[in-house]
Structure formats: C-alpha cells, structure tokens
Design a protein around this ligand. Structure first.
Ligand code: PMP
Length: 412
C-alpha cells in the first residue's frame, strides 16, 4: 500500500521526471530539502497572479485579499501543528531564523531587562543541527549564562535521566530536536521537554526534520517554542515559522525592528504592535506563507500517518539492505518516526561514495550535515545520508543499496 501512494503522487513532482548521467533520478536528499508538488506551485502562482499586494497597511481590495490570504495561511498552519487557543505563530524565513529569534529574543536587552541573566543555565541537546546550537552559544556569551550540552551516549541516544542530572534551579532554557538530521535519531523529545518544563525552563523544539511526516502535536507537548521550515514539508525555500505559547512569544525581543511591527513611532522612541506582528518586522514572504499552508494541506490530504508509515518502511528497507553490505555501519538503526538513514563505510570517504552514487542517478548528501560536534562526539566524522519523502519508492531504495555496494567495490 505504501508503494502505491508514491506512484500515485509522483507525477505531481515534475522535477523527479528527469535523467541524471543517463539514469532516472532517485532523489534521496529530502532531509536537505523536499521537492514541491504542482498544487503548491499553483497556490503560489495564483496568489502572485491575482492577489499580490503588500499586507496589513492597505485599504484597497488587493491589499485586503493579500492580508486575508496571509492570515488564513497562519490559521491553517497553526491547525496543522496542533496549536490551541493559547498559541501563536510567527512567520520566519525558516527554522534557522525561528531559532535565532528565540535565542536572540531571550538574551537581548529590552524594557525590563534581558530574560537570560548572568549565571543562568541554557541546556542544549548534543544531537542538534548548528542552527539549534550556535545561536545558544551566542545567547550565552551575550547574557553571561552558561551553556550545558546534554550529551548522547556512544550510540547517539539521549536519556531523560541524564537531563534530570543536569537541571538546576537556574536552568532557564532547554532546546532539543525532534529528529537529528545527521544520524536520523529520534530522541524521546516529549519526555525531555516535559522534564525541563517541570523544572521551570522554557522549552524549544526543532521540528525541521519531523514536520514533513511525523508532525509534532503542539497541544500535547510541554513546548514553549517550536521551529520548522516550509522547504522540508513540500513548500518553498525561505519559508518557515516559530509557533509556540503566546505567553512565551511575548517574552522575546524582536529580531527585526522597523515597519509593520510598531504601534507608533516618534524620532526618539517607538511602541510595539501586539503578537504576531511585533515579531514580523518588514514585508514578509506572503506567497511563501500561502504556499507553505498549501503544502500542509497537501500533506493532510494524503494523510500524515500514511506518509509517516511510508517513509518509515522505506527507511527500514534501506537500513536492512545497507547493514548487509560488508563494512557498512548504519547510525541509529532502530530509530522510529525517522526518514533519514545515515551510514559510514570502512576505509571509504563519504564524498567518494556520494560522487559514485550521483553517477548512477542517486542523489544523497555527504559530510557533517551541519552537526559537526555530534559526529565528533560519536567519533564518526562525515557520513553518507539518504533521506526519504512521500514520493520515494522501494525500487529507489533497491537502487540505493545496489549503488552503494557497487561504489564500495570500485573504491576498495
Ligand atoms: N534543524 C534541523 C534539524 C535541520 O535539519 C535543518 C536543515 N538542515 C535546520 C535546522 C535548518 O533549517 P533551515 O535551513 O531551513 O533554516
């Protein structure tokens, strides 16, 4: 059944219908970015052709239509991630900007002082993408808070008992990913967030790698801030959101001061607008927001559980096939709700594997995947990473396994 879904929707993704070096493209780099289906492109185009105008300021009809489209996209995306009445969503250019908005917003000086004070503690998981680590390094440096890393064990797993040992009365922030992009590991983020919240910390979830299939349900989580990107859920690049508890978003200093986020301005001072506008200075990517909401609708039309089951089946297939190849070690082989399979091969550099796979039409990613501290901690270095989306097929997984086996024969 999971194979039938992929074949049914493939024709909606024109980019997949091409040959690379004479072979049909097998696009297995979906953790970096997913492809965009025709209905999402149509939603974007429809906005640009019929409703394009700047939002919130105009009295004219197009401006009102554009504002309505933007606010509808906000409402739709809130529903998509299970936001309740106490939640708000702020559009950003992606997960990176959303996480910077939180880290900067808690450390910047604003009326009433910065939230983070000298001697406070920030805890970040050791599985994080640089986007959920480097902003916290900067926030710690700026505020005088200390940054503590919740390290994974030698297998790359996080444990709640380890977090319990790190929490102190001064812990103000805890940040973790729903799925580690470098290894495919899926930490017990529900329990980790609940434990940190219980200890009085603000909690941050990086949902970039989950939102295309295993969409976290905000209302079921002890989560103050959740970040995600449109381009990893079949939407446009340069789109994303920070969604969270309105009371927690109220704590954030804006990242961008300027038009659209003010109530009044004098030469010497300004009063700021209410959420969500206060955190959305400047003209946003309105077509992008509309298309991102269309992507969420596309996911829900196919069924997020169906998509999740499909990508998990593809991953299980890939894990089994790759593990059977001599000298190949798959990371986080038993991870659940993951669409990522990351592996290393004895005596062979991932870059060489990636190049030989491309020659066979198979697109994968190689390197540190913006998670260098994690791969150093696990004593692994760069890896080869295949990652799956709803349009991938078991035939493509077979091609991946065969192509890796062939590449290793050539390279050894
Ligand atoms: N966090 C994770 C887990 C990611 O995989 C990525 C993208 N590779 C990001 C954050 C950053 O997302 P973006 O580049 O869309 O801002």
């Amino acid at each position: 059944a999971s194979g039938a879904m992929a074949h049914g929707v493939r024709s909606l993704f024109p980019v997949l219908e091409q040959h690379i070096h004479g072979t049909a493209l097998a696009y297995l780099d979906n953790a970096a970015t997913t492809q965009v289906p025709l209905p999402v492109l149509a939603a974007m185009r429809c906005f640009e052709e019929e409703d394009r105008a700047n939002i919130h300021r105009g009295v004219h009809t197009l401006s009102q239509r554009a504002t309505d489209a933007f606010e509808r996209a906000r409402t739709d995306l809130k529903r998509f991630v299970g936001a309740g009445p106490g939640h708000e969503l702020v559009f950003t250019s992606g997960t990176t900007e959303a996480l910077n908005l939180v880290a900067n917003g808690l450390s910047a000086v604003q009326a009433g002082g910065a939230f983070l004070q000298p001697g406070d503690q920030i805890i970040v998981s050791g599985l994080e993408h640089h986007a959920n680590l480097v902003p916290w390094q900067q926030a710690a440096r700026r505020s005088g808070a200390t940054l503590t890393v919740l390290l994974p064990d030698a297998q790359g797993h996080l444990h709640t008992k380890d977090l319990a040992r790190l929490l102190t009365p001064r812990t103000r922030v805890f940040a973790v990913t729903a799925c580690a992009n470098a290894t495919g590991e899926t930490p017990p983020y529900e329990d980790l967030l609940a434990l940190a919240a219980q200890a009085g910390a603000l909690t941050v979830l990086d949902a970039a790698q989950a939102v295309g299939h295993a969409v976290p349900n905000l209302s079921a989580l002890s989560c103050d801030y959740m970040a995600f990107s449109g381009h990893k859920m079949y939407g446009p690049m340069g789109t994303g959101a920070l969604v969270g508890r309105a009371a927690a978003l109220e704590r954030l200093a804006p990242l961008r001061y300027g038009g659209d986020m003010v109530e009044w301005v004098s030469y010497s001072d300004a009063g700021f607008a209410a959420l969500p506008s206060r955190l959305e200075g400047g003209t946003p990517n309105v077509a992008g927001a509309v298309a991102m909401a269309a992507a969420a609708a596309f996911i829900d039309q196919l069924g997020r559980n169906t998509i999740d089951a499909h990508v998990q089946a593809l991953r299980a297939h890939a894990v089994a096939g790759l593990t059977a190849i001599d000298g190949v070690t798959v990371l986080a082989p038993e991870a659940s709700a993951s669409a990522i399979v990351s592996f290393v091969a004895r005596d062979v550099h991932p870059h060489d594997i990636g190049t030989l796979l491309d020659e066979q039409g198979v697109a994968v990613r190689t390197g540190h995947h913006c998670a260098q501290p994690l791969l150093d901690h696990l004593k692994l270095g760069p890896t080869t990473r295949a990652s799956f989306a709803l349009y991938n097929t078991h035939h493509e997984v077979e091609r991946l396994i065969a192509a890796v086996a062939r590449a290793l024969e050539v390279l050894r």
